[in-house]
Ligand binder design. Structure first.
Ligand code: GLA
Length: 386
């Protein structure tokens, strides 16, 4: 969305000019799913779809919000923040304001116009992009002295404690710290990260939205987290030194996995082997070994489907179509699962053919008209003074 247009909308709404515009991107995860909250590895890239937030201070203790897409407005008092039952989108801003206040940061009100381009509820992290944008807005307007790691951690805290999704740290990390043309290899235990140049010349990442909105995501997601906790406790009885599922080696798993219930065994197997796949992907991408990386994407999907059980028939069909088409070395669901999007690694010369095939087969079989987004690995959030 054009900046000039957004500024005009801001002026119409608040009868004054904004002082800053913040753009925080959504993300796709190339590989490493449901590993972040098990202190494992992830490999996201930010995408060129943003939450745009135009802001200026007000002399009040109120945050005023206008959402351009929904044409809805809201306001809340920063000293008295409750959940909004009707306007779910405003809970992200409420959550961020609350965690900042509770952490002792000195903030007052702001007037906000928000326009979220990141497709929502389809696994592309629109929520993290709103959280990061809101936090950066307060930081800029009130000159908060806040380290970038704390921006990430507080955003995650808002999602965990206020919104109620027990997410890991990947999405907020990717939205703030990604680098154009690179993937972000992140160790979710010590938060060390490395940028890996994505030299996949002749190939692109294509996102296909299955148009199945994630159902029961919050509760199913939180359920998976609990299962991991139970599995960890069981494993700690045998291997007392382990601190998270990340510490379980393939050998440990093969030796002791059968002591777990069938369900927990499947969850752990996914996490253990998925971490290995991320490390192998890191090596593959450093060596431009696209075919090998693509295979790992397919394996990851298989594991999410059969072991972690977060896929859907629609996502499986989309991945299957990729597997049967020429020029598609890899495909998998991205994000939490339970609906949402599939990412394809696809030869540029085969993109159109793949899309046609998907339109044809997917639409016929499911009745849904898929949406496509060709994405470019982008930089993390930026703040601009107007
Ligand atoms: C969601 C969460 C992330 C991560 C993924 C699954 O996107 O917000 O923290 O757990 O699911 O990999």
């Amino acid at each position: 969305m054009k900046k000039e247009y957004l500024i005009k909308q801001y002026k119409n709404t608040y009868q004054k000019s904004p002082t800053h515009i913040i753009r925080a991107p959504g993300r796709i995860n190339l590989i490493g799913e449901h590993t972040d909250y098990n202190e494992g590895f992830v490999f996201p890239i930010a995408i060129d779809r943003y939450t745009n937030m135009l802001v200026s201070v007000n002399n009040d203790k109120k945050v005023q919000l206008f959402d351009l897409k929904y044409k809805e407005s809201d306001e809340f008092d920063i000293d008295f923040i409750e959940h909004s039952k009707h306007l779910k989108w405003s809970n992200y801003q409420r959550g961020i304001t609350k965690v900042l206040k509770d952490s002792g940061y000195k903030i007052r009100g702001m007037d906000v116009l928000i326009f979220v381009e990141v497709p929502e509820s389809v696994g592309l992290s629109s929520s993290a992009s709103v959280e990061i944008a809101t936090l950066l807005a307060f930081k800029e307007l009130y000159e908060l002295n806040i380290h970038y790691m704390d921006i990430i951690k507080l955003s995650k805290k808002a999602e965990n404690e206020f919104v109620g999704v027990e997410c890991g740290i990947m999405d907020q990390f990717a939205s703030l710290l990604s680098k154009e043309g690179h993937a972000l290899f992140l160790d979710c235990r010590n938060l060390n990260y490395q940028y890996i140049p994505l030299s996949i010349q002749g190939y692109s990442f294509l996102i296909c939205n299955s148009m199945v909105k994630r159902k029961l995501t919050e509760s199913s997601y939180n359920k998976r987290r609990k299962e991991c906790k139970y599995a960890l406790r069981a494993f700690q009885k045998i291997l007392p030194k382990i601190k998270s599922l990340r510490d379980i080696s393939i050998d440990d798993f093969e030796r002791y996995g059968s002591l777990l219930s069938e369900r927990l065994k499947k969850r752990v197997k996914h996490v253990v082997y998925e971490n290995e796949r991320v490390i192998q992907s890191y090596r593959d991408l450093l060596q431009d070994n696209i075919e090998s990386f693509g295979k790992l994407m397919y394996h990851s999907h298989q594991s999410l489907k059969e072991l972690y059980e977060v896929s859907t028939e629609e996502l499986d069909l989309l991945v299957q179509i990729g597997m049967n088409e020429p020029g598609v070395p890899g495909a998998r669901l991205t994000g939490a699962g339970f609906g949402g999007c599939v990412i394809y690694l696809v030869k540029d010369s085969c993109v159109e053919q793949l899309k046609e095939k998907i339109f044809d087969v997917y639409q016929k079989r499911t009745g849904f008209t898929p949406q496509f987004y060709k994405v470019f690995p982008s930089s993390g959030a930026i703040v601009e003074k107007i």
